[in-house]
Design a protein around this ligand. Structure first.
Ligand SMILES: Cc1cc2nc3c(=O)[nH]c(=O)nc-3n(C[C@H](O)[C@H](O)[C@H](O)COP(=O)(O)O)c2cc1C
Length: 201
């Protein structure tokens, strides 16, 4: 069984992004299971604590990333950018850099749920750019933003889901991630990362 780690970049109880992540987790293909990691205990980044002295929540986050076959983030957009909670988690997760940080070459896809009818894509663009710049492997070519999100959730046999068009888009986003995992899409990125590390003086 392959494992997709779900990370949700909103801490509020009624989070639309948490609801979206749950729908995604209920729509994984056969042979895939979901793990959730709660970011609420991850403190603000402190360079003094980046190694062995890192907080327990940070060590658990790194371990969850390392042991996942792929990562699916759901995130709001805040002020036309990705929320600080995401940036903070990535800052912790990418240290120590050597010999290989916790998500080097890790396939990742992300989706945004927003109340807005027009916004959200900037958060996703930031996200994929930052993940890739750190040596992760984010899925490109298809971006899924669930706009007007509160109106898109439906209930089916007591289980929350999305109206058909949105659900099809979410499934496409999941399929993109699964193809990246199955095709070992992160292998080149991992090899490049290793070469970079070996080139260091
Ligand atoms: C500080 C702040 C800034 C926001 N900025 C944006 C924005 O730039 N674009 C957008 O689409 N929504 C923005 N929103 C609205 C979010 O889409 C909305 O709060 C959404 O419900 C957040 O996701 P959540 O339900 O998972 O917490 C903002 C919300 C907050 C609290």
């Amino acid at each position: 069984m392959k494992n997709i780690l779900f990370l949700v970049a909103s801490l509020r109880k009624e989070s639309l992004n948490m609801r979206l992540a749950r729908v995604a987790a209920n729509n994984l293909p056969d042979g895939y299971g979901a793990t959730f990691f709660d970011l609420k205990d991850v403190p603000m980044y402190n360079e003094d604590l980046r190694g062995d002295g890192s907080p327990e929540s940070v060590r658990q986050l790194r371990e969850a990333l390392r042991s996942a076959d792929g990562v699916f983030w759901t995130t709001p957009e805040y002020n036309y950018a990705l929320p600080g909670i995401v940036k903070n988690a990535i800052d912790w997760a990418c240290r120590p850099m050597l010999p290989q940080h916790s998500f080097a070459g890790k396939p990742m896809n992300a989706a945004v749920a927003t109340i807005s009818a027009t916004n959200g894509i900037r958060s996703l663009n930031d996200f994929k750019r930052i993940w890739n710049n750190c040596g992760g492997f984010s899925v490109t070519t298809f971006d899924f933003v669930l706009q007007l999100a509160p109106s898109k959730f439906i209930e089916e046999s007591g289980v929350e889901s999305l109206e058909p068009k949105s659900l099809a888009s979410l499934r496409l986003a999941i399929d993109h991630l699964v193809r990246a995992i199955e095709g070992d899409g992160g292998a080149v990125v991992t090899a490049n990362w290793t070469a970079f590390v070996e080139s260091l003086p």
